[in-house]
Design a protein. Structure first.
Length: 289
């Protein structure tokens, strides 16, 4: 596998040699030399399957001069995002590609990046250098990872270098995929935490009734909030992904970005004198304290 990847990376790097002036020719839907914020599991994977000319930026390092154009993949925790945006030159911020869990739209809009490239990453790397596990399930052979925006095609091409899948979606189709990913992480993590920190597989196999009810509740409230209608079979699709990463641990964390989005819907309803649209979710959070 590693030898195959190496040959693919070499070819892709050579196919995009700069012009005589050193300018990289950008083409929609092709992998190009990129900047990668973060040297952890995902950042290292993107570098491994990338192309010649990539630059990795780790914590505290200055923004590189080269490559002077192309995607800037942000493979860091959510709490680092504001600092990364501030450290990125203003004229390059439109090239940032965000792939964090959680609902990022409001934050990105507040940063003047409402149209930034975003990725819904269904990609598991258990440890640094480990073989990646693609987001393919028994119900979705095309893979669940999705991207939207300026560099969505380039990201898809980069994953393809490593034999990984990605779908490019825009508008409501992306919003629906974003909501489903958000429901997955918020529901599985909450149910698992409520039962002492189970694995994702245990949540799916041992607490399916509880999980199904919570997924239905989150989906209904999320559809109203985003103005979308999810296709039938939401629970089945999310359960299938749970089975594919059954070894994942569960914990409610990064609250502001994850369950906090749903909790804000409950708070908003209370402020308007309306019933809580998410009573199961609220009760679960209160039980965890």
């Amino acid at each position: 596998m590693l030898l195959i990847l190496a040959s693919i990376v070499s070819w892709h790097g050579g196919a995009r040699v700069a012009s005589r002036r050193g300018e990289v020719r950008m083409a929609a839907g092709t992998d190009v030399p990129s900047i990668i914020y973060g040297g952890g599991r995902i950042g290292s994977l993107l570098k491994e399957i990338g192309c010649e000319g990539d630059a990795v930026v780790k914590r505290g390092e200055p923004f590189p001069a080269e490559p002077a154009q192309g995607p800037i993949y942000v493979a860091t925790r959510n709490d680092a995002l504001a600092g990364i945006i501030a450290d990125t030159p203003a004229h390059r911020r439109e090239d940032l590609v965000f792939m964090q869990n959680g609902m990022l739209d409001a934050f990105l809009a507040s940063q003047g990046l409402a149209d930034a490239t975003q990725v819904l990453l269904y990609l598991a790397v258990t440890k640094l250098g480990a073989e990646p596990i693609d987001g393919i399930t028994d119900l979705c052979s095309d893979g669940l990872t999705s991207a939207k925006g300026k560099w969505a095609g380039a990201f898809r091409a980069r994953l393809a270098n490593g034999g990984l899948t990605c779908q490019v979606k825009e508008g409501a189709e992306y919003d629906k995929a974003m909501l489903e990913k958000h429901i997955w992480i918020c529901s599985f993590m909450l149910v698992g935490a409520l039962h002492g920190g189970l694995t994702v597989g245990q949540v799916e196999s041992e607490h399916s009734a509880e999980l199904r009810a919570l997924v239905a509740e989150l989906a209904a409230a999320g559809e109203v909030a985003l103005g979308v209608s999810l296709e039938a079979g939401v629970y089945d699709r999310l359960a299938a992904y749970g089975r594919s990463v059954h070894f994942f641990p569960t914990a409610v964390k990064e609250f502001e970005w994850r369950n906090g989005w749903f909790y804000e819907l409950s708070q908003r309803a209370a402020a308007e004198g309306k019933p809580d649209p998410l009573p199961l979710h609220t009760a679960g959070l209160e039980k965890l304290g």
